[in-house]
Design a protein around this ligand. Structure first.
Ligand code: T4K
Length: 405
């Protein structure tokens, strides 16, 4: 699959017209596709029963298994993480202004905006890259109805301080745990903090249902409202008791979830090994450092997150261009930050000076090929290439910059 150029030279790089090092794309988060037999068995059950959606038995079973895995009272499965966040905002009655990090997937800002709520962008901590509490405090005003923290790359926010702050101010606290299945905070599984937490089970995640998501909460009253909101507000066959939408998970998605939940820990181990292999193979490369996981906590290591600084010799975007040409599809999650994406850039004009850490990290972050399906060979090729680029950075940068001027 890879075309290890034996004598790698600057002129043989694909960005300068050479053959790409990999014939097929090496992705940052290619979905895993094991457990096929188990998936087909679950699917057959749904097929025989002619039960494909509307809170079917596979969805109910998956919710129960997730509840016991996460040690939380309620799990409400949905058709994706964005819809889960949307019905949670609706069920909690969020309004006016909500504080969130700019450095997260754009879905959260969009969900607020589309519900008529102003997203107020907060900066991040320079080490953990989660909400900067001091900045949060400055942004709270009498219109603020909630704070949404993102447990970025599975690293928990400072939950204790955020909980205290929200309780002092009388506002809601919820968490975007899209990256955090299988991760802990103070040894407790993420999924039971704040009023509720939202997971994504998108195909690119460490546990997936093709598309899917879930909300977890210890509040029975909120769980009941969420179940109704997920299904058009129906209370029974005929009675609609609140405004709702269609955010239901299908039985096909639940079949995938049931087939692969028990192998989650195996995939976490694989991701951890991949992370350590990268650290080992890129040790000593100036200008490449790895995002630190919270000490003493369990992490799923699903995203291989690096930071590219000036010492590398090429800037992050130049490195991305060279790697993409070689068919190595590294990503810049979450560049340029939600505050610099439309419509927020034009509507609110939050400047980079107001969010200096977001600005810095968004320009340095590099998601390397990883995920539960990554092979040693793909990691080795990627690292070999990055080492070569670093060793020849002056020459490569000179040609690239001449070409673009
Ligand atoms: N909050 C946070 C913090 C999030 O990161 C996300 C989603 C959400 C909320 C919202 O949850 P969902 O509503 O999505 O459940 C991807 C995912 O679509 C998205 O779920 C994820 N975060 C985000 C970080 O990444 P894209 O547009 O970058 O995906 P795409 O299609 O470029 O795929 C990524 C890589 O994986 C590519 O190199 C191709 C490869 N791939 C992808 C798919 C889907 C495959 O090889 N096979 C596949 O089937 O957004």
């Amino acid at each position: 699959m890879t075309n290890l150029k034996q004598n790698l030279t600057v002129s043989s790089l694909a960005v300068f017209g050479g053959k790409p090092i990999s014939k097929t794309a090496i992705h940052s988060c290619r979905p895993y596709a094991d457990d096929k037999e188990a998936f087909l068995q679950h699917l057959d059950t749904a097929w025989q029963a002619r039960r494909f959606t509307n809170n079917g038995p596979l969805v109910v079973e998956l919710e129960q298994q997730l509840q016991s895995y996460l040690k939380v009272d309620h799990c409400i499965a949905t058709n994706n993480g964005t819809a889960a966040m949307s019905i949670l905002m609706q069920a909690l009655g969020l309004k006016q202004e909500v504080i969130l990090p700019s450095f997260t997937f754009i879905s959260t800002a969009h969900t607020l905006h589309m519900a008529g709520i102003k997203p107020v962008f907060c900066d991040i901590d320079p080490i953990n890259w989660t909400l900067d509490i001091e900045h949060c405090k400055q942004l709270i005003n009498d219109k603020t109805s909630a704070i949404i923290g993102t447990h970025i790359w599975g690293n928990a926010c400072n939950i204790e301080e955020l909980t205290q702050l929200c309780s002092d101010k009388g506002i809601q606290l919820i968490f975007d745990a899209a990256h955090a299945l299988g991760c802990t905070y103070h040894g407790t599984p993420i999924g039971q903090f704040g009023a509720a937490e939202v997971f994504s089970f998108h195909a690119t995640k460490v546990f997936h249902t093709f598309e899917g998501g879930a909300i977890t909460t210890n509040s029975s009253e909120l769980a009941e409202r969420l179940r109704k909101t997920r299904n058009f507000g129906f209370n029974d066959y005929d009675h609609v008791t609140l405004a709702g939408t269609n955010a239901k998970m299908t039985e096909i998605s639940a079949a995938m979830g049931l087939a692969s939940l028990s192998s989650l820990e195996k995939r976490v181990k694989h991701c951890h090994r991949a992370y350590k292999r990268y650290q080992e193979l890129l040790k000593g490369v100036n200008g490449i450092s790895f995002y630190q996981r919270n000490t003493g906590e369990k992490s799923n290591y699903h995203y291989i997150v690096a930071e590219v600084s000036d010492e590398f010799g090429l800037n992050r975007d130049e490195l991305v261009n060279v790697l993409h040409a070689e068919n190595i599809v590294v990503r810049r999650y979450f560049y340029p930050g939600s505050h610099q994406s439309e419509p927020y850039k034009t509507l609110y004009r939050t400047t980079d000076n107001e969010l200096p850490i977001t600005h810095k990290i968004a320009r340095r972050v590099l998601i390397l090929p990883g995920g539960a399906d990554i092979s040693d060979e793909e990691i080795d090729v990627t690292c070999k290439l990055i080492r070569f680029i670093h060793a020849n950075a002056d020459k490569i940068a000179t040609i690239l910059r001449k070409q673009s001027s």
